[in-house]
Design a protein around this ligand. Structure first.
Ligand SMILES: Cc1cc2nc3c(=O)[nH]c(=O)nc-3n(C[C@H](O)[C@H](O)[C@H](O)COP(=O)(O)O)c2cc1C
Length: 226
């Protein structure tokens, strides 16, 4: 049984999965644990669609890829990434992306393969379960607290999943097509998609799953005042 610190340090985003469904009762256990995530005023602003239906996942993926192929970059409720990338974040983003492409032997200029790899997000990396996390529109009307809470909920899901040998990949790529997803799922008007998390059994043979981007030293982002 890993310690909490081991679980945090062992988690990494996996991008290739076995064709094996996550049992519903396991999903319920993961989501019950994640429901214990703290939230401001205990508002529990997460509204989750746990989808393991292959056809529905394919429909969502098809709808997003169709938009991408039509040259549409966003159809979203919220903007996840910075509009203006500044350093050191810009540099970290470049290093992280370059590391993945290097591992996969994809040339810097091979745009087609890069796009294909990005589209793999919308084929859920071969996994059979995806959690789509929404919140109520009014929760983020002039306020950001619900985004903090739902972010913590995301990490709880990914840590709890490890208990069942289930790997994960958080997805902001779906945030960018949140309205497309809401449309396919026909969700109530008052919901906004924040992100998704792919859950499944890691393909341990897949080279891409060995990728583990490094973190910067504490001295770069922690200020101790003793
Ligand atoms: C909110 C969020 C959105 C992300 N979106 C994507 C995504 O759409 N596709 C993807 O392959 N990885 C995505 N990632 C994974 C990050 O690239 C990854 O967490 C980061 O590079 C650190 O690697 P690690 O998770 O393996 O430790 C996302 C991570 C977070 C937290």
């Amino acid at each position: 049984m890993p310690s909490v610190i081991e679980a945090i340090q062992n988690r990494s985003s996996k991008r290739a999965y076995l064709d094996k469904p996550v049992p519903k009762e396991t999903l319920e256990k993961i989501l019950t644990a994640a429901a214990q995530t703290p939230s401001g005023a205990n508002m529990q602003p997460w509204i989750t669609y746990a989808i393991s239906n292959k056809e529905v996942l394919k429909d969502i993926g098809d709808a997003i890829i169709e938009k991408m192929d039509a040259g549409i970059k966003y159809d979203q409720f919220i903007q996840y990434y910075p509009v203006n990338w500044v350093n050191p974040y810009k540099k970290r983003r470049i290093i992280t992306g370059a590391g993945l492409y290097k591992l996969m032997e994809v040339d810097r200029k091979d745009n087609e393969t890069r796009i294909q790899m990005w589209k793999d997000n919308f084929r859920w990396f071969g996994a059979q379960t995806v959690l789509f996390v929404f919140t109520e529109k009014e929760n983020i009307n002039g306020a950001q607290g619900a985004l903090i809470d739902t972010g913590a909920y995301m990490q709880s899901i990914m840590l709890a999943a490890q208990e069942f040998d289930i790997a994960s990949c958080p997805q902001g790529s779906t945030t960018e097509f949140g309205r497309v997803i809401a449309n396919v799922l026909n969700t109530p008007e008052n919901l906004v998609l924040l992100y998704s998390v792919v859950l499944g059994y890691e393909d341990k043979e897949a080279k891409i799953n060995s990728y583990q981007p490094k973190r910067v030293a504490l001295s770069e982002n922690v200020t101790f005042i003793d």
